[in-house]
Design a protein. Structure first.
Length: 235
């Protein structure tokens, strides 16, 4: 156990629940605290990465931002899993569709996460690691989508290091049935696997790379509540 607080999370042991729902945007975490939690208490503001703990339907849960990209989410989720006793992390985020049947606003439940990142090199594996979700969480998310009547697809995403890419190759991922592009889930799944914990990524399609459809920053921050409904149903 590292000395607490960690360099990036200003919380004491016990301030954070065993289940954390995370979003890239810390203001989305604040939105979840204000709209889904009873009696939320802020536990983190280091670097503006807001975190809160409260209850939802009587169950203790935390919400927190994780920033953009694999380097950022890898730091926060590593510290949560390894230093704060967190057992489950659910990412709720935005994603760009590369599937013709996925529309803006639909949910993508990430069964697996491909990546162009070098993150797995630290494990010195004799091959390629395939980061996957926890099945119980995935099954619960599917059941919640069916219950609520939300449009969704389950499948593979690609966690890319590139938001602006000089030579994008989305067609190559599409050829292998990858549904959407985002920037974090692969590292979340690897950290969960390495620490023996659970993780799931649930994303809302914020833009469609094939059609050019997109949403605003305000919509991404406050309007994508269906994925939050699903995530909180898993507590």
């Amino acid at each position: 156990m590292a000395k607490l607080p960690t360099p990036h999370i200003g919380a004491k042991l016990g301030d954070i629940a065993e289940t954390v729902i995370m979003a890239g945007d810390p203001l989305r975490a604040k939105f979840m605290a204000e709209n889904f939690l009873d009696n939320p208490v802020q536990f983190n503001n280091v670097r503006g990465m807001l975190g809160f703990t409260g209850t939802h339907d009587g169950k203790r849960v935390s919400v927190m931002g994780h920033g953009m990209g694999i380097p950022s989410i890898s730091i926060y989720t590593y510290e949560l899993f390894n230093f704060y006793g967190v057992k489950t992390i659910i990412r709720v985020g935005s994603t760009g569709s590369i599937n013709k049947d996925l529309k803006v606003g639909d949910l993508v439940i990430a069964m697996g996460a491909c990546t162009d990142s070098n993150y797995a090199s630290q494990y010195d594996l004799p091959g390629t690691f395939a980061p996957i979700a926890n099945f119980d969480l995935l099954r619960g998310a599917v059941e919640a989508c069916e219950k609520y009547g939300y449009r969704y697809k389950v499948g593979n995403v690609v966690s890319s290091d590139f938001f602006y890419c000089d030579n994008p190759k989305n067609d190559k991922w599409m050829n292998l049935g990858v549904l959407a592009v985002e920037m974090e889930i692969a590292a979340l799944y690897m950290n969960a696997a390495r620490s023996g914990n659970r993780a799931l990524g649930i994303c809302t399609v914020s833009d469609h790379i094939l059609t050019g459809e997109s949403t605003t920053a305000e919509e991404r921050q406050t309007k994508f509540t269906q994925m939050m409904d699903v995530a909180f149903s898993l507590i």
